[in-house]
Design a protein around this ligand. Structure first.
Ligand SMILES: Cc1cc2nc3c(=O)[nH]c(=O)nc-3n(C[C@H](O)[C@H](O)[C@H](O)COP(=O)(O)OP(=O)(O)OC[C@H]3O[C@@H](n4cnc5c(N)ncnc54)[C@H](O)[C@@H]3O)c2cc1C
Ligand code: SF4
Ligand code: SF4
Length: 399
């Protein structure tokens, strides 16, 4: 037995507290408090396959795993399984833990240059291949990067979002250049791309790229930091999308059909640049175009987005957006050495055109900071309790 008076040697690292939180705590602190984003992290991590996402992108426990007929209590959790809480990028001190995994330190919440998370450079990028830029939302950088990584064998597959003629966005796996191009562009309803992970694994993928908004790109680093390594390490490339919100599924019918008489099939392209911009099928109106003020869309904001503090997808290798003065360039927030290396390789292979955002588009940089700061004010829960008691930023680990 240890002598209780023996002092701890100064070199010994403080002992990590044993992680005991299970589905009951995830339910109570994340699902029931409505800060859950529907990212699918818990579902991918669950070794018993007892979690599923419902139609509203909420995780739920299969009935056969309920403990004592209670959907908030899992029989496997009662026996010690903690993987769902470990994988959740809204559970407890998720932000600093993901920061530490990626950068070895927490973001400094008082440093104005870190309001959009820790990064190495801000670049304006566009694909040089006109087929890619035509399909892409902004500069087609995301699609060009996926195609490059697939063709080089850096990844086996990518988790992306496909969309049908009715604008239903659904997670799926891209294996080829054609798949990537079919999935290019943006839709503004939620697509939990990580939900396609199981399909990618079943078909034999080992190195996977994830494309997703910040709520999804925090999953891989938080998994790695909290010991869900089997799934976490398969995310070989993590591409984030800047995002201030997504709309609920009824936005297309509840707003665009009811107020503007637009059928889903009338819309050929959507973009948000200060207003919702809709390109329309020939003959719908004279300009084949309609603008909808964003304030009319706000009522359709998805619940999980109303408390989301992460505009800038701060835990991706590279986060990508369309803000700024150029319609045909993507703004890339380069965060990791791996992200920087891939861009460098692609520029040298003349697959990308690149400019420095600070020099060429300072307004985009300013906007990135303003929007990131605005989103951070939405986080409503205290780090320690997970309950919506006070406006505590998820920026610092409790000391
Ligand atoms: C819901 C949403 C909100 C966004 N909000 C902003 C914003 O406020 N400000 C800003 O600057 N940028 C925002 N973006 C990012 C922007 O629209 C572009 O995705 C980004 O600039 C990349 O452009 P690209 O031409 O390089 O990408 P592309 O080459 O067009 O590739 C885009 C990738 O995004 C995936 N994707 C499309 N829609 C979704 C979806 N709903 N969910 C998950 N994945 C999807 C596609 O499958 C594709 O792989 C948002 C994107 C989305 C999806
Ligand atoms: S935020 Fe993601 S990981 Fe957390 S409970 Fe919701 S779906 Fe699961
Ligand atoms: S605002 Fe965007 S990043 Fe945040 S939860 Fe909603 S979809 Fe995810």
């Amino acid at each position: 037995m240890n002598n209780p008076t023996t002092p701890t040697p100064p070199s010994a690292a403080p002992k990590k507290e044993r992680w005991k939180a299970n589905w009951s705590q995830l339910w109570e602190e994340v699902v029931d408090t409505e800060i859950c984003t529907g990212c699918s992290g818990c579902i991918v991590a669950c070794p018993k396959n007892v979690l599923t996402l419902d139609d509203g992108w909420h995780p739920a426990l299969h009935r056969d795993a309920w403990h004592e007929s209670d959907p908030s209590t899992c029989t496997h959790g009662e026996r010690g399984c903690t993987l769902c809480t470990r994988a959740c990028p809204r559970f407890r001190a998720w932000e600093p833990q993901a920061d530490i995994h990626l950068h070895g330190r927490q973001r400094n919440p008082d440093a104005p240059e870190e309001v959009a998370g820790i990064y190495k450079s801000l670049l304006l990028l566009n694909a040089t291949d006109p087929n890619i830029t035509r399909q892409g939302q902004d500069g087609g950088f995301v699609s060009a990067l996926l195609i490059y990584c697939l063709e080089r064998g850096y990844i086996d597959a990518a988790l992306v979002s496909y969309v049908d003629d009715e604008w239903n966005a659904r997670p799926g796996v891209a294996w080829t250049r054609d798949d990537v191009l079919r999935a290019a562009g943006s839709r503004y309803t939620y697509s939990s791309n990580l939900a396609a992970y199981a399909e990618a694994i079943e078909e034999g993928a080992e190195k996977i790229a994830l494309v997703g908004m910040g709520c999804q790109s925090s999953v891989a680093p938080i998994m790695m930091e909290r010991g869900v390594r089997k799934a976490g390490k398969r995310i070989a490339l993590n591409i984030g999308l800047l995002c201030s919100k997504t709309f609920s599924e009824d936005f297309l019918d509840g707003l665009l059909l009811d107020r503007y008489g637009l059928e889903r099939r009338d819309i050929t392209r959507m973009d948000i640049k200060g207003v919702l911009q809709l390109q329309l099928r020939e003959g719908i109106n004279e300009e084949n175009y309609l603008e909808v003020p964003l304030k009319e869309c706000h009522a359709f904001t998805r619940l999980g987005c109303t408390t989301c503090p992460d505009f800038s997808a701060e835990h991706a290798d590279i986060s990508v957006g369309g803000i700024g003065g150029f319609d045909n360039r993507s703004l890339a927030v380069v965060r990791t050495d791996y992200g920087a290396q891939l861009i460098d390789e692609m520029v040298r292979a003349e697959l990308l055109e690149m400019a420095d955002a600070f020099a060429d588009d300072p307004k985009a940089v300013k906007l990135l900071n303003i929007l990131s700061k605005g989103s951070r004010k939405r986080w409503p829960v205290s780090v320690e309790s997970g309950r919506p008691e006070e406006h505590a930023a998820p920026g610092l680990l409790p000391s």
